[in-house]
Ligand binder design. Structure first.
Ligand SMILES: [Zn+2]
Length: 383
């Protein structure tokens, strides 16, 4: 049986007073997801193993069946892979955000969702000033820094320290000296840069510096086919997810109009998934927007993003009669504007029917599929 998994990044949440005590999943109009809950079955998934941070990398690796305890080496190397950067075995790759720091406080982990073109321009100016590292511009604020013959520094995710003084969270150990000097150079080069002059004039946040984090060497996954004897594909606008897919030898399916933000072309993702599942056995459709809404603390955008995930599920259901699973990778509660490690609800069609009537955090707790480890999900779907 073929299978399509729809991943609404950060969809799960908490009860919100502004939504009458409902969660965004409960409040949003999701007729397709609710029908899946009625006709299919629900359960809960532990996606973040103990001792790991509640990152999308950890959660999505787990869902694909690659236990982070065994395979995780950091977000940087996975993203490097997705950007086509061929890491030498001794290279250490870091995710390198472009951020806004004001008065030594992390004001914005994305420099106001800086555009890819602006990021590329800033990196081009910075590169000659930091010869000990390799810089690669990616999508928006998500860029890459590689230290040849490096040793991974301890680092902090910038989205976890918004509003806090950065001094306590600067890189430590390993490559820390190299990173700190590159960060200092970026402050000099970015200050007064034409990109920032234009941004400030347009009322946008300036990009004040780089913030490298989650560095590591390239991971060694067994291939998806070796593991499951199925051909898998990935649809995502986010480098991280494409990097995980490349590590797993999955087909990376590029969808024009997929942005990883609220303006993504949702229906194109559904069309490309339906097209890909004709030649593949499994397609993972990743939708980033609910997570972005959670990080921004926007209830309205989160509800809208969930309703768009519902439309994708509806379009896929209308034309695909294999197994369909819908789930978040982790909650990104509006209240805390970052990821949490609570178990997430999932719904599956074609694996029996239980008494759930709605796809929600609360109802899935009484679903017949019980609470499971994410690393066992695909084996269950393929069984
Ligand atoms: Zn995520």
């Amino acid at each position: 049986m073929k299978c399509i998994l729809i991943l609404g990044d950060g969809m799960a949440d908490e009860q919100i007073p502004e939504l009458g005590g409902k969660t965004p999943l409960e409040y949003a109009k999701t007729p397709n997801l609710d029908r899946m809950a009625q006709e299919g079955a629900c359960g809960m998934l532990h996606t973040i193993p103990d001792g790991f941070e509640a990152g999308s990398d950890i959660a999505n690796m787990s869902i694909l069946g690659y236990a982070p305890e065994k395979y995780y080496t950091g977000r940087g190397p996975l993203e490097a892979l997705s950007m086509g950067v061929d890491l030498a075995p001794t290279d250490v790759a870091y995710r390198c955000n472009i951020v806004t720091v004001r008065d030594e406080i992390m004001a914005d982990f994305s420099a106001g969702h800086i555009s890819s073109a602006e990021a590329a321009e800033l990196f081009a100016s910075l590169a000659p000033a930091v010869p000990r590292v390799l810089l690669r511009a990616g999508v928006s604020y998500r860029n890459l820094l590689v230290v040849p013959n490096g040793s991974a520094a301890d680092s902090s995710a910038p989205h976890d320290i918004v509003g806090q003084p950065i001094a306590a969270y600067l890189p430590r150990n390993g490559d820390a000296d190299i990173l700190l000097s590159a960060m200092a150079k970026s402050r000099e080069v970015f200050a007064g840069h034409p990109v920032n002059v234009a941004r400030v004039r347009a009322g946008k946040l300036p990009a004040t510096q780089i913030w490298p984090w989650s560095g590591g060497r390239r991971p060694a996954f067994p291939s998806f086919f070796e593991k499951y004897h199925r051909r898998g594909g990935m649809i995502s606008a986010v480098d991280l997810l494409n990097g995980i897919a490349r590590c797993a030898g999955m087909e990376v399916i590029k969808v024009p109009g997929a942005t990883g933000y609220f303006d993504t072309d949702y229906m194109a993702k559904a069309r490309y998934a339906l097209d890909a599942i004709r030649r593949l056995d499994f397609v993972y459709v990743h939708i980033e927007a609910p997570d972005e809404a959670g990080h921004e603390g926007s209830i309205e955008e989160k509800v809208r993003a969930i309703e768009n995930v519902d439309r994708v599920a509806g379009a896929i259901r209308a034309e695909f009669d294999g197994i369909i699973a819908v789930l978040p990778d982790h909650p990104t509660p509006i209240r805390i504007k970052t990821h949490s490690r609570e178990p997430v609800p999932f719904v599956v069609t074609g694996k029996g029917t239980d008494s759930c009537t709605q796809f929600s955090e609360k109802e899935a707790q009484s679903g017949m599929l019980g609470t499971r480890k994410a690393t066992e999900l695909l084996s269950f779907l393929f069984a």
